[in-house]
Structures are given as C-alpha cells and as structure tokens.
Design a protein around this ligand. Sequence first.
Ligand code: FAD
Ligand code: UDP
Length: 375
Amino acid sequence: MYDWLVVGAGFAGSVLAERIASERNEKVLVIDKRPHIAGNAYDCQDAAGVLIHQYGPHIFHTNAQVVIDYLSRFTAWRPYEHRVLGQVDGKLVPIPINLTTINTLYDLDLTPDGMEAFLAERRIEIAEIKTSEDVVLSTVGRELYEKFFRGYTRKQWGLDPSKLDRSVTARIPTRTNTDDRYFTDTFQNMPARGYTVMFERMLDHPNIDVQLSTSYVDAIRRVKFRKMVFTGPIDEFFDFRLGKLPYRSLRFEHETLDVEQYQPVATVNYPQTEDFTRITEYKHLTGQVHARTSITREYPSASGDPFYPIPNEENAVLLRRYQALANRLDHVWFAGRLASYRYYNMDQVVGQALATFERIQAADKAGLARSSAAS
Ligand code: FAD
Ligand code: UDP
C-alpha cells in the first residue's frame, strides 16, 4: 500500500514525489509510461557518446529564487546563455530581432535610436492585441512578421498566427540594442551533469519507488494507494468525456556528424525554408568536448506525443470544464504542463509543483482543524 501514486516522472511528478517523501515521510510510487525518468527534459548519451536531449533542446532559465534554491539541492550548474540565429533571406541573423538583425538584413548602420525610428515607421497600430499576429505586427510591422514569424508559426503550430493566442509569439521580445541572448533571466545555467542525473538524485529517496514503462491505467488496476498526483493530460484522466484537448507534436530527427562543430550557435531557426523549424547542436549547451557532434532537427506534426497545448479560446473553455471536474476530486492533485494544459517552461512547472505541495500541506491542516472542531 502506497500513500501516494504519482503519475509521470517529469518535473511536476518528480518534484512532488520528492517533497512528499522528504517532508511528509510518506511512501510514494512514481510511474511513467516511458522507459525513463525526467519527462521531456530527458537527456542521454547517443551511440557516439554525445549527450543529447531526446525530446529537443531544453535550456534552463529562471528569475525564481525558490526554484533555483530547490533544484540546486540536486545539481551543480554550468553557466550557459542561449543564442539563436535565423536563416533569413540567405543570411544568418540573431533571433530575437535586435539591432544586429536589422543592420545585417538591410545592410544598414543604424544606432538604437535609428532602429526605434525604423520600427516606428513600420509597426501597425492595433487597438486590441488578441492574436499572435497582432503581437508581431504591432511591434515590428508586416515585412519582419512575414520574414521571421508567419512561416515559422504556421509550420510549428499548423495554424496561422492570426488563429493563435497572443501568448505564443509574445514569448519572443524585440530589442533595439545588440543583446543577442535568447533569454534575459537572471539565472541561465544548465544542470552540470545533465537533467537525467539531476532527476535521479531527486528520486533517490527510501520512500520513493519508481516503475517505468507503466501506464496510469495499468497502475490503478494493481497498485493500492490513498492519494494521487496526476501529471498526464487532464482530458485523458477523465477518459476524454468532454472531448479532446488538442496538442501540437514534434518528430525529432537526431543525427551524429563527423565534424567537431556543425553551426556557430546552439540553435538555428528556419522561418522561411525547410520542413523543420530548427536545428540544435547540443555541444553548445552541454560544453561537452568530443571529436564528433550531434544535432536534432524538429519537424512539427499533428500526431505524436502531446508536446504543445494549443492556446485559444475554444480550448480554454474546454479546459475550464475539465478543471471543474478536477476540483471535485479531493484525493487527486493535478500538476504540470499536460494536466494544466499550459505552455509552461521548466521553471514554471517546478514553481507550480512546489506551490501544489504547499496546497497539499494546507489541505491536511484544514482537514485536521475540521476534525478536531467536530470532536
Ligand atoms: P513532462 O515532462 O511531459 O512529464 C510528464 C510525464 O508524464 C511524461 O514523462 C509522460 O510520459 C508521463 N505520462 C503522461 N501520461 C501518462 C500516463 N497516462 N501514464 C503514465 N505516465 C504518463 N522548457 C524550458 O524551460 N526551456 C526549454 O528550452 C524548453 N524547451 C522545450 C522544447 C520542447 C521541444 C518541448 C516540447 C518543451 C520544452 N520546454 C522547455 C518545456 C518543458 O519540456 C516542460 O516545461 C517540462 O518538461 C514539463 O514537465 P512536466 O512534468 O509537466 O511534463
Ligand atoms: N517564433 C517564430 N519564429 C522564430 C521563433 C519563434 O515565429 O524564429 C514563434 C513561434 O510561433 C514559436 C513562438 O514564437 O512557437 C515561441 O517561440 P519559442 O522559441 O519560445 O518556442 P519553443 O522553444 O517553446 O518551441
């Protein structure tokens, strides 16, 4: 008999399992239908011995001190600031769009003020910014929107940016200086020995058992438990009874090359050409020294593992109906990107899992107070 069944060994499930095992001293069984821990953050050595991310590049960045403090118990860190170039009009230019991007693309020599004026002439005034198209048109205008965003987003999401919530392209800023970092968070570091090693340490606790290649449906048939953390898709938990929440998926094409370095930065985006969206070369992220190098091409797809919740109004309505069902269950706690159906980064999932743990503790205290008041 376990106190807790935790479904999913990604960030959400592993953080909650660790907190429950350590702080509540309760027995936890963590299951995952995949043959490994770490969820989408899983990394491993490929046949050539190069450390790769099986589910595409995962770059850790955050401003949340509680998340840094928590994860630092399980890993040392390696400083890494992510840089991305885009293959646009036959040139390699920085993404997010910055001063260098504009000067290189248009053969100009603008200053930051000059770029501000350049954008001011082009941006389109939009009264209410609702869609991903609105976000970009209102910051950089139509031409740059078409060069950098329209094709990439159509490929990535199978939808025109005008049909996607503004939150998607709002992830990408525009800069009038030469800062070419993809993120500006205060903490930008990779787990020194990789994500999987960090997860192994998180789950290495006498109160935690882990069973891999085990689905939720298998587990509930044979495992006895009192409470549950569910980090799989929320609609799947309810047997899709209200309908399916759609996801965008990816196919990853991993390749090892007989050269030491393939491209100048970790990721090169292809907003205008190719069927894939981007190519990532892992040695830039990991700092690994190796005579060969491994890259991944990401091909967006409608079917496959559920990677990206699709944020739009219709899906938000369906999500709220599933959340209403979830709120009626007092022995099941939902957490993570799939159970929340939110486009969360890793640090946001860790923050959410830590907050969920606090809610579990608070619910117990409230229950105790209720029973002592009744007695
Ligand atoms: P997951 O990691 O998806 O873990 C959920 C686990 O539950 C999975 O292992 C799954 O197998 C298991 N599961 C689901 N259903 C069942 C079931 N029925 N039975 C048993 N097991 C089940 N974030 C960043 O911060 N930086 C990045 O650079 C970044 N890059 C990304 C790139 C890609 C291509 C993708 C797809 C995501 C990226 N993310 C990035 C987001 C990051 O992957 C997530 O925030 C994080 O992994 C979510 O953790 P999770 O535990 O919620 O979900
Ligand atoms: N995007 C784009 N062109 C780019 C980079 C990003 O159009 O060169 C858009 C696209 O819609 C993408 C979104 O911005 O899905 C968010 O980009 P991000 O790099 O954060 O995507 P992720 O790493 O989550 O796949």
